[in-house]
Design a protein around this ligand. Structure first.
Ligand code: SF4
Length: 403
């Protein structure tokens, strides 16, 4: 096995096996990985276009019983700064998103034991009743599993009920690295094993949903385990064809129990390029400017990415771990154009829906990201009393409100 022989195989459109992918990742110079990934991206997307979406990343609750050791976002049940957003707060966030040209909500949150499936169904129905064409890209596989365990329903039943209520697509969060040795060390195997994560996505694809896939690297995994993760995604994509896109980002260590040092920008670009080469059945790869910043995000466009992800109106999770890059639509568009591409808005299915809004009308500049809740706001949404609680703390609190 040589780098030259593998490079030639990739140029000819050949498929890498695990050993070949690992060899190339370890041995190929960075510029060669970039060239190969860019050629693979250009074969799939010959037009010089980079897409992005205007959406809002809303975290409906930060209360979580999973307690992953790489997470700086969650709060335990009963914590003073734990929150659940109210329906009205979420409607307001959607209205603000629509006003700047947005068309979907990326809605994810902690594994809150006091939110039964009916809360999600009522929320989704209410959103669809108010905002007919607005899309809900919501609830990563571990959240679906959490809801299924609380409701004592199968994953298929939960997906069926949520789709009925208005779920449009499932985000690929919670994948971290799809190897159980790694998941055990990250304290995230109980929220979903690798097989369980894959299983939710398989059911979602079989139910007709398109989903994304992700990889968070840079914690305790080996290079071989990164490759194994990509191979698992590729195998499911061969089987179902249900993934629209792949997004990878580096672990953000600040304020996490796991700690450590963040992977470098070069490692990000090498990992992104490898992903493009291994995931030869994925159409779209996003640049993770949210963790890497705008300039590495721009470089990503020559290392395999064809999409700039989302104009983030709000972000809570990555910011909790120390990264708080902010780019509004104009900045995303300028980054794309300065890299030599035309910028196009897309929808969740990666269909182009138009030119940048900022080129069509005046849009207020957004120079800072919104948060789920203003600091110090401890208000509790009125509708929560309608839903049965599971945790002792919240059960007694809701009983007091009702008496
Ligand atoms: S990563 Fe998600 S599931 Fe894990 S502790 Fe954080 S909020 Fe909970």
């Amino acid at each position: 096995m040589t780098v030259d022989a593998l490079a030639e195989k990739v140029r000819q459109g050949g498929r890498l096996d695990s050993a070949e992918a690992l060899f190339l990742y370890r041995e190929a110079p960075t510029h060669l990985l970039g060239q190969l990934a860019h050629a693979a991206r250009t074969r799939r997307h010959p037009d010089p276009i980079v897409t992005y979406i205007i959406d809002r990343n809303v975290n409906y609750t930060n209360i979580c019983v999973a307690r992953c050791n790489f997470c700086a976002f969650y709060r335990e049940v009963g914590a003073a700064d734990g929150y659940v957003l109210g329906f009205e707060e979420i409607f307001r966030k959607i209205q603000e998103t629509i006003e700047v040209g947005g068309n979907q909500l990326l809605l994810q949150g902690g594994h809150n034991p006091d939110l039964p499936i009916e809360w999600y169904e009522d929320l989704f129905r209410a959103v669809k009743a108010r905002f007919k064409d607005f899309k809900l890209h919501a609830l990563s596989p571990p959240e679906v599993i959490h809801i299924s365990r609380l409701a004592r329903l199968s994953v298929q039943e939960v997906i069926g009920r949520l789709v009925e209520a208005g779920l449009d697509s499932i985000p690929g969060g919670g994948a971290e690295i799809l190897v159980d040795r790694v998941r055990t060390l990250l304290h995230c195997h109980t929220k979903a094993t690798a097989d369980e994560w894959i299983g939710v996505m398989r059911h979602a694809h079989q139910a007709g949903l398109r989903t994304t896939a992700t990889m968070m690297y840079g914690t305790v995994e080996t290079d071989a385990e990164r490759v194994e993760h990509l191979m698992r995604l590729r195998a499911l994509q061969d089987e179902t064809g249900g993934f629209t896109a792949f997004i990878t980002w580096s672990f953000q260590p600040e304020r996490t129990e796991l700690g450590g040092v963040e992977a470098t920008g070069v490692e990000y670009l090498r990992t992104l390029a490898l992903s493009r080469l291994v995931l030869d059945n994925f159409d779209n790869l996003q640049a993770s400017w949210v963790t890497q910043g705008g300039k590495v995000g721009q470089l990503s466009l020559t290392f395999g990415a064809n999409d700039m992800g989302s104009v983030m109106i709000e972000e809570n999770v990555v910011r909790a771990a120390g990264a708080s890059y902010c780019m509004d639509e104009l900045e995303i568009v300028l980054n794309i154009e300065d890299a030599g591409y035309a910028a196009k808005r897309r929808n969740m299915h990666y269909e182009i829906v138009g030119n940048p809004i900022v080129r069509l009308r005046d849009v207020p500049r957004m120079r800072s990201l919104a948060t789920a809740r203003a600091a110090g706001d401890t208000s509790v949404p009125e509708e929560l009393v309608l839903y049965p609680a599971r945790s002792r703390q919240v059960k007694s609190r809701r009983a007091k409100v009702q008496s």
